[in-house]
Design a binder for this molecule. Structure first.
Ligand SMILES: [Zn+2]
Length: 252
């Protein structure tokens, strides 16, 4: 049996059999992988604390024809601030869900591992709910770009004319913003305000340290979050399960 090692971030965990779990992990070496972690639900499992959800860990695998089996795990970063804050957890779920939907196993992972790690580190260190929401939106925009769905936010996605400073429509069907003149009756779109358009443009290309320094209103941060969820759900052709969770946590 071949063995391999990689840093990885735990994105999803499911119980398997009596004492095992299957894990979805985003690894630095091989992108997303599904692995079997045997015996980790036993009370005294040595590996269990190192494969908690969202952990960044150093991982060792046995590889057979059918599956990868986790043999060892050591935590690099456990993101304890994130794990003790329901609001942060709900947005980390969103990021994990988007990654799981967009990127197949063994995809080219160049740059993606760092993106996910930077996003979790930023969320872990974030102090307020607006920063956490903006970090999530920035990550979603960057993930869309990685997956080949970078939204066009600077010119009309349909007629390519420059967008004047006013409310425009976000149209996943056309791949970004469209002006009102180009909005046919059949187009599924969502209006986005001038302030929200500027915020989306900023979040798409700014480094994390600038994202967390932003001071914007609660309402515009929610507007970009909702616009992007709408955009993602159209492309993924399904509802994001994390949205309900985020809404529930925010209503507490
Ligand atoms: Zn147009």
């Amino acid at each position: 049996m071949a063995t391999w090692a990689s840093e990885g971030i735990i994105l999803k965990r499911n119980n398997w059999g009596e004492t095992d779990k299957t894990l979805t992990i985003f690894t630095r070496q091989r992108g997303k992988v599904r692995v079997l972690a045997k015996g980790v639900r036993r009370v005294h499992s040595r590996r269990a604390p190192n494969i908690e959800l969202f952990n960044h860990s150093k991982l060792f695998f046995h590889e057979s024809k059918e599956t990868n089996i986790l043999s060892e795990a050591d935590t690099v970063t456990s993101f304890n601030n994130l794990k003790s804050d329901l609001n942060k957890i709900s947005y980390a779920y969103r990021i994990a869900e988007v990654i799981d939907h967009f990127f197949p196993e063994a995809t080219d992972s160049a740059g993606l591992f760092e993106l996910i790690l930077d996003c979790l580190e930023t969320m872990d260190a974030s102090g307020d709910s607006i920063s956490i929401r903006l970090t999530s939106t920035a990550a979603e925009l960057k993930l869309l770009a990685h997956a080949g769905f970078r939204p066009q936010l600077f010119v009309c996605s349909k007629c390519s004319r420059a967008l004047i400073e006013q409310t425009h429509l976000l149209s996943p069907e056309h791949g970004g913003l469209i002006d009102r003149g180009c909005n046919g009756e059949m187009t599924l779109s969502k209006p986005v305000s001038v302030e929200a358009i500027k915020l989306l443009r900023f979040l798409m290309d700014s480094p994390w340290e600038e994202v967390v320094k932003l001071r914007v209103s609660e309402s515009v941060s929610k507007e970009v979050d909702q616009a992007l969820s709408f955009y993602l759900e159209y492309i993924l052709e399904e509802k994001l399960r994390s949205t309900n969770f985020i809404n529930k946590v925010e209503s507490l």
